[in-house]
Ligand binder design. Structure first.
Ligand code: G1P
Length: 914
């Protein structure tokens, strides 16, 4: 990684990945997350815009999409009326100050400093002689509160007299009400003032839950540094702004009006603002004064709001909570860090490490680009986010989550698509649309395999779990009208008992059903879509060759895992639902895999046996025979793909066709509008060993030629040149954006992972390096450190923070680039670091967590060799030589060796390369 320092962009200033950015307000669309485990979820911009909420139905500030960040005036504001000067906004949100962004004569100096997870903006105006420092964070405790401290300093040489007013618009209701009775729902507002602030408690909630009594209360409370309460309030928006005014130029501020309300008053039926006016104060030169503001969401009106105000609105307490918050996040991120020659990369990766935690809390909702989300989590994302959680902490802590998720699998191999926040809470679909994503069945195996490899807990495969049941049957091609929703969401046996099968049985079904579920060209049907949600218009004749490759490798690896299960757990026979034997045709009644109809008929036969209930009878199957059945299926698929889907175009490039469209035509290859190619179509054949080594080389060349773009990196697809009504809505997007040819980080990282897995270390590195360079090129990407969902045609980083690519990036850097991974519980090491990634001492290291021990794994490359030229020569643990075993290109250190180490201490594993 090159060490280009971009003076326009952010810079890391310490070893805790704290960064600074000058003039952050001059970049639009920037936002930063503030959050805690209690579910307070905020987004904050350099002008303290954004929103604050705990769910789709409980927004303290009005929900914002990315465009609202500059168009809406409803930002957190902190006004200062300065004698002789007039209104000045400490956050920069005044009509006057906004014009400064394009006016160099009266510039304000604005700097941002941010870390895990706090946000500080300093704004100063030399002419006036005032500086404001605004620090925001969400404390790491059980409350749903965001805190803001504003410190005003007189930077001039004359006394200044200030009258400050905190002003945070209190939307106080469900996001749905923005376009559904916004005015009518303001009539529900009951507004209360008390000594320290304003509470809004709507009487009812009008949203999709019906018209229910509401208790949730939204408050803005504040005090100065001495704990002194505000002098009064302006609780109603229309009175605050005045006729003809607005939130960027409110009449009461401009005119320095007397407060409209004192403590103990009630107002009804208006849009509200948490406007708290503080006493007028005079600041001598260099003198500062601080104010603390708490923005809270509580289940009800607190019995003693003054007590809460005292708890939060104190400078001392603010500082204590801020330090606690920093320590808490540091602790959360402590288990993983990388040391390469590029310190910026090392620190940037810390921000990537944060991202899976953010996705766990926010889901794919609640940050400004994610305005479609309503909370809850999608099936695919859930499983992939677990990948990162498994390497960041004790995998056993994630086990329950995995176990519970399996209860979302249907007996036809499909699954519920949305997962609620409680274990075992599933919904068929957010919009009640019967839709099956054909890739969903493939992810649980990858995650479970990682769990087993990291923990050694192979017996997890034998634990019993229920199946999800609703009206959808035969992969949503039919309805079970006999099913009675009142009987719950679990599959029953003929005797009306709840049916349970092993975790292994669940995964078998997810993968084997797909083996038979093929289209005209004998690849797996695309159904509702695959990983690419925007390939959603080919449900009849579409096929995903890409995911056929992933299912093929899953079947192969599952067959190997079964043999390990036999060896490690001494199990020779497995109990499976009797009905499943139909699908194990090599054991029961072989069919001809080349004939599509035979596959589909067999699948229909199976579906008929379990459409309403299942017999409940189990059959004993030998592990060996089962493994052989899976292996023969996988081999058939691999041969089929190699023989039928490998294409060569007129320019002589070769790669895999990844899809068939709804007219059953291959999607990739030469076309009159230009060569058509997808990255997804290449990733899975490479990753799963479907592509031969020679094919991998050719794929790498074709990808470089058709998909790599100097400016935006590895594109998701080439330019198709027209909308594709027979593939999906994605082609309606402009080329170079989102799922149509952007650098879509998730697939690009998986491409890197696949290349590394196949020993193409330089290619793997090049992809990660390009994502990193694009993301940190602030002049174009305009995002804070971290990986965005995609890089647009202009080079802008989009949908920052909440992206599955972060999990894959972390996984790839740890398990492929550094080559540190579990192997059935043992530790496998297979570094693929390039020579320039080692530092001046020829070392590169990763601090990681394995077998509940903190290990600093240091690779010593004394001879300065490049990847491919070095091998592991010796290993020592805390100075003692350790024995290891070689397995293909990796070396294995037994788990026992690591488990003997003391817990809660750091240990050094030195690995000499030569
Ligand atoms: C998003 C979705 C992911 C989907 C992808 C492509 O990617 O979360 O499920 O597969 O779009 O449609 P992400 O933002 O996670 O990178």
């Amino acid at each position: 990684m090159t060490n280009k320092n971009n003076s326009l962009g952010w810079k890391f200033i310490d070893n805790d990945s704290t960064f600074v950015l000058n003039n952050p307000q001059k970049s639009s669309y920037l936002y930063f997350p503030l959050v805690n485990e209690a579910g307070m979820m905020s987004a904050i911009t350099p002008t303290l815009h954004g929103d604050i909420k705990t769910s789709q139905n409980t927004f303290l500030m009005a929900p914002v999409s990315s465009e609202d960040l500059h168009n809406s005036r409803a930002a957190r504001n902190f006004w200062v009326h300065i004698e002789g000067e007039g209104a000045w906004s400490a956050t920069g949100n005044s009509s006057k100050q906004l014009s400064y962004n394009f006016n160099d004569e009266e510039d304000e100096e604005v700097n941002l400093e941010a870390g895990f997870l706090w946000h500080k903006v300093t704004r100063s105006n030399k002419r006036i002689g005032i500086q404001a420092e605004l620090t925001s964070f969400v404390p790491a405790n059980d409350d749903q509160v965001e805190l803001l401290k504003v410190t005003l300093t007189n930077t001039g040489d004359q006394n200044i007299t200030i009258s400050p007013t905190a002003a945070i618009p209190l939307y106080a209701r469900s996001a749905d009400d923005i376009r559904d009775h916004r005015h009518v729902t303001s009539l529900l507002h009951r507004i209360f003032t008390s000594s320290y602030g304003i509470e809004v408690q709507p009487t009812l909630s009008f949203d999709e839950r019906g018209h229910k009594i509401n208790h949730v209360t939204y408050s803005v409370l504040g005090a100065d540094q001495n704990g002194e309460s505000p002098t009064g309030f302006f609780p109603i928006v229309e009175d605050f702004i005045g006729e003809g005014g607005n939130l960027d130029w409110p009449e009461v501020i401009v005119k320095n009006a007397e407060p409209h309300a004192k403590p103990g008053e009630t107002f009804e039926g208006y849009e509200s603002v948490g406007a708290l006016k503080f006493n007028t104060a005079t600041l001598e030169p260099n003198q500062s004064k601080s104010y603390i503001v708490a923005l809270m969401i509580t289940d009800d009106r607190p019995s003693s709001v003054n007590e809460i105000a005292k708890k939060y609105c104190s400078e001392e307490q603010f500082d204590v909570l801020l330090e606690q918050n920093k320590a808490d996040w540091k602790n959360k991120l402590n288990n993983l860090s990388f040391q390469t020659s590029d310190n910026d990369f090392n620190q940037w990766m810390k921000w990537v490490t944060l991202q899976p935690i953010l996705r766990r809390i926010y889901g794919c909702s609640f940050l400004p680009h994610h305005d479609y989300g309503k909370g809850g989590r999608g099936w695919r994302d859930l499983w992939q986010d677990c990948l990162a959680l498994l390497i960041m902490d004790d995998p056993k802590k994630v086990k329950d989550l995995l176990y519970n998720n399996f209860a979302g699998v249907r007996i036809d191999g499909s699954n519920a698509t949305i997962i609620g926040s409680e274990p075992g809470e599933f919904v068929a679909d957010r919009n009640n649309i019967a839709r099956v994503w054909m890739d969903h069945g493939a992810w649980p195996f990858l995650t479970t395999q990682l769990y087993i490899n990291q923990s050694g807990d192979i017996e997890f495969l034998l634990e019993n779990q229920t199946y999800f049941k609703d009206t959808q049957i035969k992969r949503s091609k039919d309805l079970d009208l006999e099913w009675n929703p009142e009987h719950g969401n679990q599959l029953q046996t003929e005797n009306s008992d709840t049916y349970q099968g092993t975790i292994l049985e669940h995964m078998l079904l997810q993968n084997i059903v797909q083996f038979f579920n093929v289209g005209k060209h004998n690849n797996i049907k695309l159904e509702g879509a695959d990983w690419n949600d925007a390939f959603d218009l080919a449900p009849e004749l579409g096929e995903s060759v890409a995911f056929t490759a992933l299912y093929a490798s899953n079947l192969k690896e599952m067959s190997e895992l079964l043999l390990s299960l036999q060896e490690k757990a001494g199990v020779d026979e497995l109990q499976l639902a009797k009905e499943i034997t139909i699908l194990l045709d090599t054991i029961s009644k072989p069919i001809d895999y080349d004939v599509v109809e035979e596959k589909l008929n067999l699948l229909d036969q199976y579906f008929e046996t379990c459409s309403h209930k299942i017999s409940g009878e189990k059959t004993s199957i030998s592990i060996k025979e089962l493994a052989a059945d899976l292996n023969s299926k996988a081999d058939w698929m691999i041969n089929h793909l190699r023989q039928n889907e490998w294409i060569k175009n007129e320019e002589g490039f070769e790669w895999f066709n990844g899809y068939y469209n709804n007219d059953a035509e291959p999607v990739e290859g030469d076309h009159e509008n230009g060569v058509r190619m997808t990255l997804t179509g290449q990733v899975f054949p490479v990753m799963g060993g479907v592509a031969t080594e020679d094919q991998v080389k050719k794929i790498a060349d074709s990808v470089t030629n058709y998909l790599k773009d100097e400016k935006i990196g590895y594109r998701l697809n080439s330019q198709f040149g027209e909308i594709q009504q027979n593939i999906g809505r994605g082609f309606g997007f402009a080329f170079g954006h989102k799922e149509n040819g952007a650098m879509f980080s998730h697939m690009a990282v998986m491409y890197s992972n696949a290349m590394y897995q196949r020993q193409f270390g330089h290619e793997g590195f090049d992809v990660i390096n390009s994502i990193y360079e694009l993301s940190k090129n602030f002049e174009l990407s305009r995002i804070y450190p971290g990986v965005p969902e995609y890089i647009s045609e202009k080079g802008r980083g989009m949908y920052h923070y909440l992206t599955g690519s972060a999990s894959w990036l972390l996984l790839t850097v740890l398990t492929e680039m550094f080559g540190v991974k579990g192997h059935l519980g043992d530790l496998a090491l297979e570094p693929k670091l390039l020579q320039n990634q080692f530092n001046e001492q020829n070392e590169a290291s990763v601090f990681s967590y394995f077998a509940n021990r903190h290990l600093n794994i240091v690779y010593k490359n004394k001879k300065g060799l490049d990847y491919g030229a070095y091998q592991i020569q010796s290993i020592s643990l805390d100075g003692q030589e350790v024995a290891f075993e070689s397995k293909q290109k990796a070396v294995i250190v037994s788990r026992e060796v690591i488990s003997q180490l003391t817990e809660n201490e750091n240990h050094t594993l030195e690995v000499v390369l030569g």
